[in-house]
Design a protein around this ligand. Structure first.
Ligand code: GDP
Ligand code: MG
Length: 434
C-alpha cells in the first residue's frame, strides 16, 4: 500500500503545475489505497473529489512539488474529517459511562483500561459488570479490576436481567461513596433487537453522560453499520476503535464518525491495560493513508517553503545586501512559523540552534525598534546618526542604548556575514538568546 501511494506521488513529482490529467491518475491510485484501508467507497470518492478541487484551485508553491502539495491537502482533509482535535471524556454528572458494542469488540477490556486511565489521573473509577448474558463475563471484569486495583460490582450469578444488574450497580456505586462508574454491558454476535432493546433500557435507567461504542478495527466496514444502528437506538456520545495494533488501518472510522456525528475518543492498541490511547486525528490520518511518511513529507513541503525564503535571504547575505528590511522580514517569518528555536536553525549558516534560548520579549523590542526606522534607514543603516537614534528610541519607547546596541550588533553582523560561527552568536544575542 505504501509503495502504491509513494508511486502515485512520485508520478506527480516533476510536474510544475497540478493539471486535471496528472492529478486524476494519482487520485485513482490513492483511491485504491484508501479502499484497502477500509475507507468506505463513497467517502473515498468524496475525499478525492474534494482534494482534486482544492488542488486544482490552489496555486502551486514554487519550491514545493505538486505531489508534496497534494499530500498536504490530503492529510489536512483527512484530519478535518476525523475531527481535527482530540475529544476528552465527559466526566461531569452523573459520572456514569456506558460501554456498548458487539461481542469481542473489546468492551470489557476497554472498560478496565479506561478505569486505569482515570485512576492514573487521580480520579476514582468504579467498574460495574452488567454482562449477565455470558457466564464468564462478570468474572472477566472482576479479574481485570483486581489487576488494576479498581473496585468492581459483580451482580449475583442468578441475576439474568442486565437492566436490574445496572440498577443494582448504581446502588453499589452510592454505597461506595460515588466515583466515575463505568458500566460494561453484554454484546451479541451481531446487532439484534434483543440487544438493542436491552441497551435502550439500561441507557434509560442510567442516564449516563457518556455512551461509548467500542468497535473492533478488524471488522472494517461492518463497524459502520453497527455504529449507525447503535447510535440510532442509544445515541452514542463517543467512539472507541480497538485492536489498532493489528493490520487494520481503521479507515472505517471516517464513516463511523460521519454516520454517528460523534467524536472518536480513544483507540485500543494492545491487550495490556495500559494500551489505550487518546485518539489523535493526525496520527490516524497517517495510518489510514498507510504511509507513516505522509506527515514527514508534509513537513518537508513546509520546510521547502521555508527554504525558499532562506535561500533568497542567503543570496542577500552573500551579496552583503542584508539590511534591516531583511531582518524584519526574517523576524516576521519566524513569528508566523512558530517555535523559534527550530526555525532559527533553518537560517543559512546557522545550523541547529537547539541551545539558543529565544526571548520573545526581546524580539518584540527589536522589532519595535526596526519598525520605528524610516524605510531609508532600514535599507541604509549607515545613515542612522545620533539624532535619528534618539528619534527612533522615542518612537518605539525603548531606551537609546538599546537602539545603539541593536545597530552596533547589526553592523557587526553585516561585517561578519559569511563567518558562520560569529553570525550565529550575534543573531542569538539580538534575539535575546544566551
Ligand atoms: P467484549 O466481548 O467486547 O467485552 O471484548 P473483550 O474485552 O472481552 O475483548 C475481546 C478480546 O479482544 C480479548 O482477548 C481482548 O484481550 C482483546 N482486545 C481488546 N482490545 C484489544 C486491543 O486494542 N488490541 C488487541 N490486540 N486485543 C484487544
Ligand atoms: Mg465483555
Amino acid at each position: 500500500l505504501q509503495e502504491k501511494l509513494e508511486g502515485a506521488f512520485k508520478k506527480l513529482r516533476g510536474h510544475a503545475k497540478i493539471s486535471e490529467s496528472n492529478i486524476s491518475e494519482s487520485m485513482r491510485e490513492i483511491r485504491m489505497a484508501l479502499l484497502e484501508a477500509d475507507v468506505d467507497f463513497k467517502v473515498a470518492k468524496d475525499l478525492i473529489e474534494n482534494i482534486k478541487t482544492k488542488a486544482l484551485g490552489e496555486e502551486v508553491l514554487r519550491t514545493v512539488s505538486p505531489s508534496q502539495q497534494i499530500v498536504k491537502i490530503f492529510h489536512d482533509e483527512m484530519v478535518e474529517l476525523l475531527g481535527r482535535e482530540t475529544a476528552p471524556l465527559d466526566l461531569g454528572q452523573p459520572q456514569r459511562i456506558l460501554v456498548a458494542g458487539l461481542n469481542g469488540a473489546g468492551k470489557t477490556t476497554t472498560s478496565a483500561k479506561l478505569a486505569l486511565l482515570l485512576k492514573k489521573q487521580g480520579k476514582r473509577p468504579l467498574l460495574v459488570a452488567c454482562d449477565v448474558f455470558r457466564p464468564a463475563a462478570v468474572k472477566q471484569l472482576a479479574v481485570l479490576g483486581e489487576s488494576i486495583g479498581v473496585p468492581v460490582f459483580q451482580p449475583s450469578p442468578d441475576e439474568k436481567d442486565a437492566v436490574r444488574a445496572a440498577q443494582q450497580g448504581m446502588e453499589w456505586v452510592k454505597q461506595q461513596g460515588g466515583g466515575i462508574a463505568i458500566y460494561d454491558t453484554a454484546g451479541r454476535q451481531e446487532v439484534d433487537d434483543e440487544l438493542l432493546a436491552e441497551l435502550v433500557k439500561i441507557r434509560e435507567s442510567l442516564q449516563p453522560q457518556e455512551v461509548l461504542l467500542v468497535a473492533d478495527a478488524a471488522t472494517g466496514q461492518q463497524a459502520v453499520s453497527v455504529a449507525k444502528t447503535f447510535n440510532d437506538s442509544i445515541k452514542v456520545t463517543g467512539l472507541i476503535l480497538t485492536k489498532l495494533d493489528g493490520d487494520a488501518r481503521g479507515g472505517a472510522l471516517l464513516s463511523m464518525k460521519q454516520v454517528t456525528g460523534c467524536p472518536v475518543k480513544f483507540v485500543g492498541v494492545g491487550e495490556k491495560m495500559e494500551q489505550l490511547e487518546v485518539f489523535h486525528p493526525d496520527r490516524m490520518a497517517q495510518r489510514i493513508l498507510g504511509m507513516g511518511d505522509v506527515v514527514s513529507l508534509v513537513e518537508k513541503a513546509a520546510e521547502a517553503i521555508e527554504m525558499e525564503d532562506a535561500e533568497r535571504l542567503a543570496k542577500r547575505v552573500q551579496q552583503a545586501k542584508f539590511d534591516f528590511n531583511d531582518f524584519l522580514g526574517q523576524m516576521k517569518f519566524m513569528k508566523r512559523l512558530g517555535p523559534l528555536e527550530s526555525i532559527l536553525g533553518m537560517l543559512p549558516g546557522m545550523g541547529k540552534l537547539k541551545d539558543l534560548n529565544v526571548d520573545e520579549n526581546r524580539m518584540k523590542h527589536t522589532e519595535a525598534i526596526i519598525l520605528s526606522m524610516t524605510p531609508k534607514e532600514r535599507s541604509h543603516p549607515e545613515i542612522i546618526n545620533g539624532s535619528r537614534r534618539k528619534r527612533i528610541a522615542g518612537g518605539c519607547g525603548r531606551p537609546v542604548v538599546e537602539v545603539n546596541q541593536l545597530i552596533k550588533q547589526f553592523e557587526m553582523m553585516r561585517k561578519v556575514m559569511g563567518n558562520k560561527g560569529m553570525m550565529k552568536g550575534l543573531m542569538g544575542s539580538m534575539m535575546g538568546g544566551a
